[in-house]
Design a protein around this ligand. Structure first.
Ligand code: ADP
Ligand code: DAR
Length: 346
């Protein structure tokens, strides 16, 4: 492979940080799982509209290709190579009375973490046999859960297109692997090894072998963010007692995309702010102040519908889980206050 040709308008962190010298130094090495630099950067080379453009195939990728990953991690998270990540999953520390007890603005709350299985490669480098082993271990762990976390696992293999479509439309199931994941090698052998676990009420769900080997999700209608967080913390503890998670002292919980390292947490609300979102600049300024990301109602790379937006924490590494959720709570409180002010109902 030769140094990739990037378009002049390329905005990804890959084209920003990969130098020809770095490429020459790393192009012929590989991790013990055989994962190469070429594989790590393929998504960003194939998809010039990537925001990041790189994926790790294993923990070693973050060490062997640190010359590329470290500046990307620092630019995205503000996290320095000498920093150590801290975790704090104590719901008692979260200051989050429901910001919308009347249910005027927040349609639903969802908090998810990514997790991968310790001692196995990440999705971009995993073999079919290893991915099926991940599914086996995770499902065995899920089947030990009790009470409101008890539920059923549904493999994608054999799931009717209608059921799949309904679960995706209802925001419960992941979409089929997109082109970014395809180039990263994350869609290989689809749908083998993929599936979704959920409890009866669909307030607790686990995606198996999508972008990460687990996405552990707590969600419910309304704005009781504290209750969603408490349920997620219980679920993480329950699964983690059965399936050791891949993590490092420096980077926290390890994930295939560097944007998800650390807490690997995205805490979001679907929120309607029709007045405020007419003033896009003001809307974005409040989100930026609280380190918030704006997505559409069908998640990443989707658009808002009916003035409803997905608002979530941007920072995942170098902050604790409590701080990540607090970012979202504090931002939502200010967004609602501004919406009320513009409506004249403050
Ligand atoms: P992830 O959150 O795992 O990074 P996405 O952003 O693609 O992935 O979102 C995955 C799914 O979760 C999408 O269907 C999206 O609509 C749904 N979702 C995200 N946040 C919420 C929320 N607060 N309420 C309901 N559904 C949500
Ligand atoms: N499409 C990739 C992903 C960036 C972050 N989102 C994740 N990991 N789902 C990009 O580089 O834009």
């Amino acid at each position: 492979m030769t140094y990739p040709t990037f378009s002049t308008d390329c905005q990804s962190m890959l084209c920003r940080f990969l130098t020809p010298e770095m490429f020459e130094a790393l192009k012929d090495v590989q991790t013990s799982n055989g994962f190469t630099l070429e594989q790590a950067i393929r998504s960003g080379v194939d998809n010039p509209d990537s925001s990041i453009g790189v994926y790790a195939g294993d923990e070693e990728s973050y060490i062997l290709y640190a010359a590329l990953f470290d500046p990307i991690i620092e630019a995205y998270h503000g996290f320095h190579p000498t920093d150590a990540h801290r975790s704090d999953l104590d719901p008692a520390k979260l200051k989050a009375p429901n910001p919308d007890p009347e249910g005027e603005f927040i349609l639903s709350t969802r908090i998810r973490v990514g997790r991968n299985v310790a001692d196995l490669p990440l999705g971009p480098a995993i073999t079919r046999e290893q991915r099926d082993e991940v599914e086996r271990r995770v499902v065995a762990g899920l089947e030990t859960l009790t009470g409101d976390l008890a539920g059923t696992y549904y493999p994608l293999t054999g799931m009717s297109p209608e059921t799949q479509r309904a679960l995706i439309e209802d925001h419960f199931l992941f979409k089929e692997g997109d082109r970014f994941l395809e180039s990263a090698g994350l869609n290989r052998d689809w749908p083998s090894g993929r599936g979704i676990y959920h409890n009866h009420d669909k307030t607790f769900l686990v995606w198996v072998n999508e972008e990460d080997q687990m996405r552990i999700i707590s969600m419910q209608p309304g704005g009781d963010i504290a209750e969603v967080f408490r349920r997620l913390v219980r679920a993480i503890a329950g699964i983690g007692s059965q399936v050791p998670f891949a993590r490092s002292a420096h980077l926290g919980y390890l994930t295939s995309c560097p944007t998800n390292l650390g807490t690997a947490m995205r805490a979001s609300v679907h929120i309607a702010l029709p007045k405020l979102t007419e003033d896009r600049e003001r809307f974005e300024a409040i989100c930026a102040k609280h380190h918030l990301q704006i997505r559409g109602v069908h998640g990443e790379h989707s658009e808002s519908e009916g003035g409803v937006y997905d608002i979530s924490n941007l920072r995942r590494l170098g902050v604790t889980e409590v701080e990540a959720v607090q970012d979202m709570v504090d931002g939502v409180v200010e967004l609602i206050a501004e919406e009320k002010r513009l409506r004249g109902t403050a």
